[in-house]
Design a protein around this ligand. Structure first.
Ligand code: BGC
Length: 457
């Protein structure tokens, strides 16, 4: 058979395709959607909480031995060369902050126990820090607030950083020891555990964009190795804790930030494909298939199986889904579609993506906790809509396909240190005045209470 190619037509088609066509993404007809009827019954079977991380709320003045301390002292690492200082001074104000959490109607709180506070020098435990966390957890329990604890939320002791952190497989042992120590002390009080927060963003920021310590850029190979080591660390922590007293009743989750990337124009697609793969799909595929394949799409010879563990799914009792949005690459930069509204971060509000992410992680057949969801909105003019629409999307997932969601944690209680952006990003339900430490509930945040009602009410 002879193949006739009409070059003129093909060329015209290519010009049309490349120049005009924006690639679409799912969009619901929000004008005809009523979010006011959405309610979640909270009980010990469905938690409603807020989430934070120690460094972000207590700063390096309270955590002087963390790797964030020397990092933020380097010029240019944080917006406007800010230093975190005491941040919101949660370390000393936790009691009144827990009262605020209770006042929002929450029955849960996700927080981190900071490794650098517990083990400021290698092998040396700060007993005052251990007591401090007992006090924090006890204050929560007294108020009927269930703790969910993260053991690595991007930050670790500086001594661990100097040993090469998760770049070296042999260093994993130090992290496992720390986790086992904390579990031994707190396993009777805390049943929900998140060993590692978001392996992918940690790797992206530390080894590709350079926004987090160790500040390496475009080190794709190292990023792959670190991610592999984090997956191994998760499994080892899981197995170690499960074998300890209270291990059986503990629920230990794998915390994934579901961050999808799409191209707006056909020429934006390759960048989106690279980021989607590195940030999202590689890890989801790993959970599904047991094979962590490292590759940089479009770059030949980069595809390599870095790690295999067919049993990984058995190393998690739940999946912790952190979902904020989906990033649209538009003309080589983060953007959005014309009908959409950007948040203060480089992505739009996109509840449809939340629904799709819940659907995607549901296939693992594990209970789901929404371990983070929230909006950076300094003007407070998009927060209310964001909350209403995302909670609508979550409810829809529970109704449409029976998504097994066991709890929802809003990020976050009060404005804090948003990593490289310092205090410039405003994710708080409460506005923080960093001089007076006054917290003020934002107008746009008030609606969140209406969605969560105690089961008995
Ligand atoms: C992180 C938080 C961060 C939030 C908002 C999440 O990926 O776990 O530490 O503050 O995103 O950007």
């Amino acid at each position: 058979m002879k193949l006739h190619i009409n070059f003129k037509k093909t060329l015209l088609f290519a010009v049309f395709f490349i120049s005009g066509q924006a690639l679409a993404r799912d969009a619901w007809d929000w004008k005809n959607i009523d979010t006011s009827k959405v309610v979640f019954n909270i009980s010990d079977k469905f938690l409603f909480g807020v989430a934070n991380a120690e460094l972000q709320v207590s700063g390096t003045d309270n955590l002087p031995d963390s790797n964030w301390k020397p990092w933020e002292e380097k010029p240019g690492t944080i917006d406007d060369n800010q230093k975190s200082g005491v941040a919101c001074d949660f370390w000393n104000r936790y009691k009144s902050d827990i009262t605020l959490i209770k006042g929002l109607g929450c029955n849960a709180f996700r927080l981190s126990i900071d490794w650098s506070a517990i083990e400021p020098r290698k092998g040396l435990v700060d007993v005052r820090a251990v007591q401090h966390y007992h006090d924090v957890i006890d204050s929560m329990l007294e108020k009927g607030i269930t703790p969910m604890v993260t053991l690595h939320h991007f930050v670790h002791p500086q001594w661990f950083e100097e040993l090469g952190a998760f770049e070296k497989e042999e260093n994993i042992l130090y992290f496992v020891k720390f986790c086992a120590f904390v579990f031994e002390k707190f396993g009777s009080k805390i049943h929900l555990w998140c060993p590692i927060n978001e392996p992918c963003p940690y790797v992206l920021q530390g080894y590709i964009t350079g926004a987090f310590p160790p500040g390496q850029m475009v080190s794709f190979t190292k990023a792959g190795v670190v991610l592999k080591n984090l997956l191994i660390a998760h499994t080892l922590v899981y197995r170690t804790l499960k074998a300890m007293p209270h291990g059986k009743e503990a629920q230990i989750g794998f915390i994934h930030q579901y961050l999808n990337f799409e191209g707006y124009n056909p020429w934006d697609k390759p960048i989106a494909d690279v980021f989607r793969h590195v940030m999202n799909t590689a890890v989801l595929e790993f959970i599904k298939t047991g094979r962590y394949i490292f590759s940089v799409p479009y770059v030949p010879f980069t595809s390599k199986i870095l790690y295999q563990d067919k049993n990984f799914k058995n190393s998690m009792d739940f999946i912790g889904l952190n979902y904020y949005s989906e990033v649209i690459i538009r003309n080589f930069q983060p953007g959005c579609y014309d009908h959409e509204v950007m948040t203060d971060m480089p992505y739009a509000s996109y509840p449809e993506g939340f629904y799709a992410a819940i659907k995607d992680v549901s296939q693992f057949g594990k209970p789901i906790y929404i371990t983070e969801n929230g909006i950076g909105d300094a003007r407070d003019d998009r927060r209310e809509l964001y909350i209403k629409r995302y909670l609508y999307a979550m409810k829809k997932a529970m109704v449409d396909f029976n998504a097994d969601i066991r709890g929802y944690f809003y990020w976050t209680l009060m404005d804090n240190i948003e990593w490289e952006h310092g205090t410039n990003q405003k994710f708080g339900l409460y506005q923080t005045d960093f001089v007076t430490q006054q917290r003020t509930l934002r107008e746009g945040a008030k609606c969140i209470k209406q969605f969560f009602k105690p089961l008995t009410a």
